[in-house]
Write a protein of this length. Sequence first.
Lengths: 144, 148
Amino acid sequence: MTAPTLVHDRPMLEELDLATCWALLACVPIGRIAVVEASDDVLVFPVTIAVDDHTIRFRTAAKLARRLAGRRVSFEADWIDAGSRTGWSVLGHGTATVAIGPPGTQPQPWPRGRSRVLVTLRPDSVTGRNLRPAPFVRDNRGYL
Amino acid sequence: MAVLDARTWLEHLPPDECWRLLRLSTVGRLAVTIDGDPTIWPLNIAVDDHTVVFRTAPGTKLATLDRTPRVALEVDGLDFDEARGWSVVVAGTVRPLTDDELSSARCLPLAPWTVGEKPRWFGVHVSAISGRSIGDRAASTSGTSAPR
């Protein structure tokens, strides 16, 4: 009895280990933050990030920082190439800590403006997934 | 007409430009609430009329969306090297597509990227949309992020 021929024409998802997740986070300057507001509305926005010592830092305006202080937040970063359908995404959860950062504190946000507050996130969970290209599998059917 | 913020140099995009950029996007990040905590899922999206459509497999995501249908979704096109690009954020409510919506949505370019079926179709019904850009966004409207 012959084994059936498996044909995967789509990529596969694989879980990333923690060290790989942090290594990937250090490769991108932008991530997204989500927070649930008192009204139960969900807020999501992109931020310029700096990653160091298993900590994510970003700077934002005081108005937004107030909505994050002491709150549970979710953090996501990814790199996805739509053309080849490859890429990765990393997701973290933690409680945001807010402090007045001295001028020049990294990371420097893309928007200008000096009234910026430093938000620190030490996630208590970090997970990641890798979108791998479809493996080449021989297809014996002889057609496309 | 886009409005440039003199303090931050951020351009606030008008709704029709936000919709145009959203329609160009193939990947979005869906922010949802699970047990009071926020979480973010990157997923493939397409826009049908003014509804953001995505597909999913039965499981955790589905159970969550039934309980807490209020969501936010972010898309962007960023040029990391030049520190420029745009982002669009929508707020809305998720619900399964109706049969009528589904027959229209089946024409969307939403074939699953990964192995495994995704038989459940959902729509984010947008209640608010906003967008910002910084720098010249002409070179970064592909809807995908570029590696640094």
